[in-house]
Design a protein around this ligand. Structure first.
Ligand code: ZN
Length: 270
């Protein structure tokens, strides 16, 4: 989670009125879904893996690259690599309609583009991939390969975020819990700091204390997508040990496997 990303999230509320008017399901099934949605809360959709449209959203852009790691690599690169791996594993597992979404441009405009792309594609599930950092005030200085660098070893772990403003909040939470459970069962501990007062405006309600799902209502990519939507902070790249882990094929495969297993379980419940 980068500072620029957080600032962008903070303006989310102002952008909401721009986005609520376009309910443009073109197909008959979409029209039926829309009609049902007016009568009662959205019903679970059926899931046939090869047709289930998963969008893996690569957090940030090549122009606005998110957080900087303890060893001065950019978050965008971590996000892109992991999203592609998850995409390959999902496709191999039969989720043939999985798409890795890379967005261009400045941070704020890119959020609207992501939402627009997901909604136009009638996505079934939107999973945004990020890597975490800390607020600037927590950064400490060190030198890496001769360059003045910043780190914070205080916190580590992955975290999952959902928005109660998403029209499929229940489904979003269900998938986030399944993924959180898979990561926990693989021995990973989620990042607990988002429930702490010291996080100030970055503090969020913890919806699932067991597996680390937080509520983050203002995030554009979670609240404005019409599909279920979850944001995964895969791990901290400002923590020096965890940055090394996040760079390892073992950790990357573990996360990709967790997503595939969670997706299968989610799909079976549709
Ligand atoms: Zn980020």
């Amino acid at each position: 989670m980068s500072i620029s990303w957080r600032i962008t999230a903070a303006i989310a509320v102002a952008l909401i009125p721009l986005l609520v008017s376009s309910a443009d399901h073109g197909d008959a099934a979409g029209a039926r879904r829309s009609a049902r949605a007016k009568l009662k809360p959205p019903a679970p959709e059926t899931c046939e893996p090869r047709k289930f449209k998963i969008i893996l959203d690569v957090g940030h852009t090549s122009e606005s690259q998110g957080a900087t790691s303890a060893r001065n690599d950019v978050e965008f690169g971590f996000n892109l690599h992991l999203a592609r791996l998850i995409g390959e594993r999902l496709t191999s597992a039969g989720f043939a309609a999985t798409r890795v979404l890379v967005t261009e441009g400045k941070a704020r405009a890119s959020l609207l583009k992501r939402v627009g792309t997901a909604n136009a594609a009638h996505a079934d599930l939107f999973l945004s991939i990020h890597h975490d950092s800390v607020p600037d005030k927590m950064l400490e200085e060190w030198e890496f390969e001769g360059a003045s660098s910043h780190f914070s070893d205080r916190f580590s772990g992955h975290s999952l975020f959902v928005s109660e403003r998403n029209p499929r909040f229940g489904a979003s939470l269900a998938f986030a819990r399944l993924l959180g459970r898979e990561l926990k069962e693989k021995g990973l501990q989620y990042a607990t700091q988002y429930s702490l007062p010291l996080m100030g405006r970055y503090r969020h309600p913890l919806l699932d204390k067991d597996v680390g799902v937080y509520r983050y209502d203002a995030l554009v990519v979670l609240s404005q997508t019409r599909s279920a939507a979850v944001l995964l902070e895969a791990g901290s790249i400002i923590n020096r040990d965890e940055e090394m882990a996040m760079n390892s094929p073992e950790r990357q495969e573990l996360i990709a496997t967790a997503v595939v297993t969670a997706m299968r379980a989610y799909c079976e419940k549709r």
